[in-house]
Ligand binder design. Structure first.
Ligand code: PRP
Ligand code: HPA
Ligand code: MG
Length: 180
């Protein structure tokens, strides 16, 4: 039913799950002797985080931040707002930020600066998607699932005007959906 709004599927459910298994195996190795604080960035990271943590076979603690800079637009306002802060202190912790997409880089740039200021021991980023053409600030993830082209993508956590987060794949919307 939702698929009627989709122009093209870029990454299938199967591709996503395979990649998550690889990322989980790598993170299991890299964090074997640590107890990282995995910080999910709401709301987009929810499906990715949920699937990824089940593939990380070592001790991890979970927490969430809700930040927002897009509202209902397809272009970042550039102003990152904290809607919900962490419950846990990051001081002295190995922080692993879990994101659905890096586009302009402003959201993660803000969070990395914040966690540095709060004295995290280490800060790494795992993102399912990276859109390098969108970048406005210099920011690189430590673990990347897929590169995506210069298009507004939806699904698997990513929304357009709060819709389509529940698609199990990543796709591009039909043009007429934006022009309403
Ligand atoms: O690199 P950037 O240009 O900052 O864009 C990436 C961020 O934008 C989206 O979140 P959004 O602010 O739309 O909130 P949401 O996760 O609730 O959709 C996405 O989930 C990332 O967090
Ligand atoms: O391409 C995107 N799709 C959905 N949300 C986003 N937030 C930043 N970039 C995107
Ligand atoms: Mg959004």
């Amino acid at each position: 039913m939702l698929q009627k709004d989709i122009e093209e599927i870029l990454i299938t459910e199967e591709n996503i799950q395979e990649k998550i298994a690889e990322l989980g195996a790598q993170l299991t190795t890299d964090y074997q002797d640590k107890f990282p604080l995995a910080v999910g960035v709401l709301k987009g990271a929810l499906p990715f985080m949920s699937d990824l943590i089940k593939r990380i076979d070592t001790y991890i603690e979970l927490d969430f931040m809700d930040v927002s800079s897009y509202g209902n637009a397809t272009v970042s306002s550039g102003e990152v707002k904290i809607v919900k802060d962490l419950n846990t202190s990051v001081e002295g912790r190995d922080v692993l930020i879990i994101e659905d997409i890096i586009d302009s880089g402003k959201t993660l740039n803000y969070l990395v600066d914040l966690f540095k200021y709060r004295k995290a021991k280490s800060i790494k980023i795992v993102t399912l998607l990276d859109k390098p053409t969108g970048r406005k600030v210099d920011l690189k993830a430590d673990y990347v699932g897929f590169l995506v082209p210069d298009a507004f993508v939806v699904g698997y956590g990513l929304d357009y005007a709060e819709k389509y987060r529940n698609l199990p794949y990543i796709g591009v919307l039909k043009k007429e959906i934006y022009s309403f």
